[in-house]
Design a protein around this ligand. Structure first.
Ligand SMILES: [Zn+2]
Length: 268
């Protein structure tokens, strides 16, 4: 009986210790969370990471192929220059291992999704953001048609002439500051291209076409795989046709043979 009570008390003691441990842990976690929230509030950056990324993707896809072809160098005054993207350094320190693994390039910590890595950057590596200058790439979103990239509802909503005029003005000022016509033939060619590619679509009336000059050819791998697949399927197709025709021929021969056999077996 004494043995039994000993066991019971030790079990209760263990349970008590366990509960205490978890409650302390919980408290620590919540404290850490509030600290994180506090640090998030203190280091709040008034620039959208998502929209900055959309703007960067648009530049990469619809402008850089032409800039690279002309071997043109942006001046640091141009707001499209990589140095003028607040998040560029952090974005370059994202390691996409596979579909469900992202890694921080600064401290090598692993994450299940990109958004958690974004949060980690905001909480742990905010000191790496150079917030002293006005370097928000998302501010150019109006000119660069980020809503199209983000597929947001506002891109389909009713056209606002004032907003369109403002975006067009921003777009043209970008063309002037990044590709000054007096800087030579490649600058003036890119100036013209920038107007056609980005600024012409800032209209309310008529049919607007975004990025008419096209973008980076992403589909090359797609076309390559399609052609390899069709090359593999072509012999199979001919084999099926051959077998089908052989069957038909055999069928016709059988039909020819049946009347002959019937004539032979018929009693006279
Ligand atoms: Zn990190």
């Amino acid at each position: 009986m004494v043995r039994f009570t000993e066991i019971i008390t030790s079990m209760l003691l263990f349970l008590l210790l366990f509960l205490q441990e978890t409650s302390i842990q919980g408290l620590e976690e919540s404290a850490a969370r509030t600290l994180d929230q506090e640090s998030g509030e203190v280091h709040e950056v008034h620039c959208s990471r998502e929209r900055s990324r959309a703007a960067w993707n648009i530049i990469e896809e619809y402008l850089m192929p032409f800039v690279e072809r002309e071997r043109y160098q942006f001046s640091s005054k141009c707001r499209l220059h990589p140095d003028n993207d607040l998040f560029r350094d952090q974005e370059q320190h994202k390691i996409h291992v596979d579909i469900s693994e992202w890694r921080c390039g600064y401290c090598k910590k692993k994450f299940r999704a990109e958004k958690f890595l974004d949060q980690h950057f905001d909480n742990r590596h905010y000191n790496l953001l150079n917030v002293s200058h006005s370097k928000c790439l998302a501010d150019l979103c109006g000119a660069l048609h980020c809503d199209f990239m983000l597929k947001s509802k506002s891109s389909r909503s009713k056209c606002n002439p004032a907003a369109v005029a403002r975006n067009r003005h921003l777009c043209e000022s970008l063309a002037n500051s990044c590709f000054a016509i007096n800087q030579g033939p490649s600058a003036s060619r890119l100036h013209e291209l920038f107007l056609r590619q980005f600024c012409d679509a800032h209209i309310c009336s008529g049919k607007r076409k975004l990025f008419p000059k096209g973008g980076k050819k992403k589909s090359s791998i797609f076309y390559l795989s399609i052609s390899i697949l069709s090359l593999m399927l072509l012999p199979l197709f001919y084999l099926i046709v051959y077998l089908y025709q052989r069957e038909i021929r055999r069928g016709a021969q059988e039909l020819r043979r049946i009347p002959q056999a019937a004539r032979k077996t018929k009693p006279s």
